[in-house]
Design a protein around this ligand. Structure first.
Ligand SMILES: Nc1ncnc2c1ncn2[C@@H]1O[C@H](COP(=O)(O)OP(=O)(O)OP(=O)(O)O)[C@@H](O)[C@H]1O
Length: 611
């Protein structure tokens, strides 16, 4: 099913699941089979799981848990794959070392040498691993595979092993994939391989919209196979008329899809179309951005006669969508964390910062902070659950011959200390938190993170690692090392406000984080100055800034540029609004920008305002 935003793809997916249960439920139960529904995020999985009434015949999960639930049984194949993977890493590191130029710092060379030794040790230990688990980071010597590994090893199995393909279809004769445009191409290839082999025994459904692909790792359009059926859904059920017109206009430059309809509302017995508003405010890039946004809100409140648009301290009814907002980060209290992982940081850190998936952040946000909070709030059950999920200490195999009471006491002590270190008043750094977790062996860190904790003395980091412009132009490893130094020195109490931001608990959401969601009032902030993402540029998208040489080269080669990527992100943002949409564009010269944008035919002329 390929259809635009608000066309009811997720709604249809849920209805489809209900029909499968009604028609095939009994048979599935008898054969101990389940229906798989794959979502892009854990949050989406929880929502769909609720919508299907927590029916145990339906397995709603992210792609990682889905793949692991099948692949985990293939221990021998996994062990072989891991051995090859470790050797690959060693080869890569040795190649990198051979290519080090004279400008590479000694520390980078030392780290490379130590990493090689570490992988060689893992290589030796791998033969003794009895079973593999799926964890926050990968630690092969302990049998722990990370997120990337799961994707690689299971897609490989699916593509190369007929037995594995049969097993997938036997366990899950129906597989639905939501947000299919952002699915890894290798996973699509693997699922198609299952379908080709199993034919009518396996029903595969993709639900997506290529215009809403916002991650570079996503496939975009699913290659349609000859015997597949395409289900069009031309109607839009979410957007008011003003927003639907804008959505169609944005899309016009990207593909052919046009939506009709729009949200309707009951007026007595009659259904009437919701008109809504969609306005563009063009504002100057100065030091008063927050005041300008407040001014826009006050303007709309007056024009629409809707007080809910006025700035609110708590429970803000307006959703503000920002790409990665330095000012919001500062105001919400995680300015240093933002700077550490965005300023002169590796690309992977910047993009992983948007949804807390960057490897330095993962264990902190998904495990250590939740456990600190559960402890502080006396939620013992939650704390134990977290330990069960993330820590090897409570794994069945590790409990044999262990004094459990003593272990639980130690864990309680560790959790108490964590709660203190990560509390709002704490002076501790992220390094302090990670060191504590290491001392208590709370979790097996991703080897990349473990390397920093072992290798680098805290003082050395603070004193003599340049974070000014000196390292510019140097090869990758130095950039990562410096970003990690800044990250480990960040105050640990910045993690909680950062997590609230990523989890949509603040009035701000990241533009990447809102796909699939809808809100009555949406304010999209377009500000290239504040973003640190060269892959997106609203000024280039709107024709206010020249394309870079790299963009031009991409164009020549037929690859996509930041213009297409930004158009898709803009489409996703604008189509979240159920009632009123405001777009605040910050540029150096608002008057001439507004004049230019009037010629683009995106917004009606009267709805482009310079305040
Ligand atoms: N047939 C329908 N009749 C009326 N309302 C509908 C219908 N289908 C969906 N809706 C409503 O329209 C809105 C959008 O639906 P849904 O979220 O399923 O769309 P979507 O295509 O998945 O959107 P997106 O691509 O933006 O994620 C929801 O509020 C949903 O309740």
């Amino acid at each position: 099913m390929i259809a635009g935003a608000g066309s009811g793809k997720t709604t249809s997916l849920i209805k489809g699941l209900a029909s499968i249960l009604a028609i095939h439920g009994e048979r599935l139960r008898l054969r101990r089979q389940r229906v798989a529904c794959i979502t892009y995020t854990d949050t989406a999985a929880r929502e769909i799981w609720t919508d299907v009434g927590h029916n145990p015949l339906i397995h709603v999960s992210t792609i990682h848990s889905f793949l692991w639930s099948i692949a985990r049984g293939f221990k021998k194949d996994i062990a072989n794959w891991v051995a090859v993977r470790i050797q690959e890493r060693i080869d890569e590191l040795q190649q990198a070392a051979a290519g080090f130029g004279p400008r590479v710092q000694q520390r980078t060379r030392d780290k490379n040498a130590r990493d090689i030794v570490r992988y060689q040790k893992q290589n030796a230990a791998i033969a003794t691993v009895r079973s593999f688990t799926y964890g926050t980071g990968s630690d092969y010597a302990k049998g722990i595979l990370g997120h990337d590994d799961i994707i690689k090893v299971s897609s490989r199995l699916m593509i190369h092993s007929p037995l594995f393909r049969t097993l997938v279809a036997q366990q899950f004769p129906f597989v639905f994939v939501d947000e299919s445009q952002d699915t890894f191409p290798i996973i699509v290839e693997a699922l198609i391989a299952v379908q080709r082999q199993e034919q009518a025994r396996f029903c595969l459904g993709f639900f997506g919209d290529p215009m809403q692909r916002i991650f570079t790792t996503g496939i975009g359009t699913i290659p349609q196979q000859d015997d597949w059926k395409a289900i069009p859904k031309p109607e839009n059920f979410r957007s008011p008329a003003a927003v639907l017109n804008l959505a169609n206009a944005i899309r016009r430059d990207g593909d052919e899809l046009v939506q009709v309809g729009g949200r309707k509302q009951k007026n007595g017995e009659q259904e009437v179309s919701v008109v809504g508003t969609a306005r563009l405010f063009v504002l100057p890039t100065d030091d008063h951005r927050d005041e300008r946004v407040a001014q826009v809100r006050a303007w709309i409140a007056r024009a629409n006669g809707d007080e809910l648009w006025l700035p609110a301290a708590n429970g803000d009814p307006v959703k503000m969508l920002v790409i990665a907002h330095r000012m919001a980060a500062k105001r919400l209290g995680f300015g240093d964390l933002y700077a550490a992982l965005n300023d002169k940081a590796p690309e992977a850190f910047k993009s992983g910062f948007l949804d807390a998936t960057a490897w330095p952040l993962r264990p902190l946000v998904s495990f250590l902070l939740p456990i600190a909070e559960a402890t502080r709030d006396n939620r013992d059950f939650d704390a134990i659950q977290l330990l069960r999920t993330h820590s090897q200490l409570l794994a069945k195999d590790n409990l044999k011959g262990v004094d459990v009471a003593k272990l639980l006491n130690q864990l309680r002590e560790a959790s108490n200390q964590l709660a203190e270190l990560m509390g709002p008043q704490s002076q501790a750094t992220i390094r302090d938190v990670l060191v504590l977790a290491t001392q208590y062996k709370l979790l097996a860190f991703d080897p990349r993170l473990a390397a920093y904790l072992e290798d680098i003395g805290a003082d050395a980091v603070a004193e003599d690692w340049p974070t000014d412009g000196k390292q510019e132009g140097e090869e990758g490893p130095s950039i990562e090392i410096n970003a990690m130094a800044a990250f480990l020195a960040c105050p640990a109490n910045q993690l909680r406000p950062y997590q609230a931001y990523v989890n949509e608990e603040s009035p701000f959401s990241t533009q990447h984080g809102v796909k699939g969601a809808e809100f009555d009032r949406v304010l999209v902030v377009l500000d290239d100055d504040e973003g640190t993402h060269p892959q997106f540029s609203y000024e280039k998208y709107l024709g206010l800034k020249e394309l870079s040489n790299r963009d031009k080269k991409n164009l020549e080669e037929g690859s996509e540029t930041s213009v297409e990527r930004t158009r898709r992100l803009f489409y996703v943002c604008c189509t979240r609004a159920r009632q009123d949409l405001a777009v605040a564009l910050f540029v150096s010269d608002p008057t001439s920008a507004a004049a230019h944008i009037r010629g683009l035919g995106l917004f009606p002329e009267a709805d482009i305002l310079v305040l």
